[in-house]
Design a protein around this ligand. Structure first.
Ligand SMILES: NC(=O)c1ccc[n+]([C@@H]2O[C@H](COP(=O)([O-])OP(=O)(O)OC[C@H]3O[C@@H](n4cnc5c(N)ncnc54)[C@H](OP(=O)(O)O)[C@@H]3O)[C@@H](O)[C@H]2O)c1
Length: 279
């Protein structure tokens, strides 16, 4: 994780699950001082609670927040985006400033139409951002410079891994990275069920399964070895692991998982439609 401080004042427009994860990540990483953050919500009481919890400025006035800030992160639901990001006053307040949106399915074209004078960036994070273990992919709009991308990267690095791809990959990223944790939970629970079936207490089985997923994932990331090579290392001839793997293959596990991501990506492609009510 990078350690340099962010110089800009940031408006987090919409501060629910994802906005909150970003605020706590930024503060935990000491990437900003509290005075550099202005968060906005719809309800006054939610803003007050955030101000009390984080010691940051909080308001229901997103236009005022964007005027004060040097950059904005939109963490609103896709269907709320047209109402807020689509306001002429927001476009004016953010002219010449980076504007980053995490709204699923809201593409760069739409962001650019709403905020024509801003450096628009689309971000797709996932829920492990809530514990600082997320993955976020960024895509930049035409003519967005490296400085704005560096700022967005620095923001999302405080809640996990962050890198940039071309926007054409965003549906695939949504299927793999955004929906991916849910697929892993199903796999993890199923493996724990196997342990329970063989007599392990439920909590123990879940703990072991979760640690197995974490350990195996870290082996791939830290060794850089192909998963197939790591699998070969643990399959003794005529042993129990190859016996289990053949059972997985009988169930067509590979194509089921690959198609799962493919299907999620296809559906992700249509998600922006809920935000079609734009100006
Ligand atoms: N959650 C995830 O894991 C995840 C992952 C990837 C991407 N995303 C994207 O992140 C975005 C936010 O999702 P979320 O789960 O964080 O939603 P959420 O928990 O419902 O938060 C939405 C926030 O927007 C605020 N809001 C609503 N209307 C507003 C308005 N008119 N002015 C100012 N603020 C307003 C809400 O304030 P009130 O609480 O006062 O209503 C709330 O703080 C979505 O577009 C989603 O696609 C989420």
């Amino acid at each position: 994780m990078a350690t340099e401080k962010i110089a800009e004042r940031l408006a987090i427009v919409g501060c629910g699950t994802m906005g909150d994860a970003i605020v706590s990540g930024l503060l935990r990483a000491e990437a900003v001082d509290r005075e550099q953050l202005i968060v906005t919500t719809r309800r006054k009481e939610v803003a007050a609670a955030l101000a009390a919890r984080y010691g940051v400025e909080a308001t229901t006035d997103s236009v005022a927040a964007c005027l004060k800030a040097d950059a904005a992160v939109f963490a609103l639901k896709p269907q709320t985006m047209p109402k807020i990001a689509g306001q002429a006053a927001i476009a004016e307040a953010l002219a010449g400033k980076p504007a980053i949106s995490v709204a699923a399915g809201v593409d760069l074209d739409k962001l650019h139409r709403w905020l024509p004078a801003s450096a628009v960036i689309r971000a797709m994070p996932n829920t492990p951002c809530l514990i600082g273990e997320g993955t976020t992919v960024l895509s930049r709009g035409a003519e967005v410079g490296d400085e704005a991308i560096a700022l967005a990267t620095r923001i999302f690095e405080t809640v996990g891994l962050c890198f940039e791809l071309e926007e054409k990959h965003m549906d695939a990223v949504t299927g793999l990275c955004g929906s991916g944790p849910a697929f892993v939970y199903v796999m993890l629970e199923s493996m724990a069920d196997g342990g329970v079936m063989m007599g392990l207490p439920r909590e123990v089985a879940l703990q072991i399964a979760a640690q197995v997923f974490q350990g195996a994932a870290r082996m791939v990331l830290q060794t850089g070895l192909h998963p197939a090579a790591l699998k070969d290392q643990v399959t003794t001839p005529a042993g129990c692991t190859i016996a289990g793997i053949l059972t997985m293959e009988d169930g067509r596990i590979r194509s089921v998982l690959a198609r799962t991501v493919q299907e999620a990506a296809k559906v992700a492609g249509g998600l922006g439609d809920v935000a079609k009510v734009d100006r």
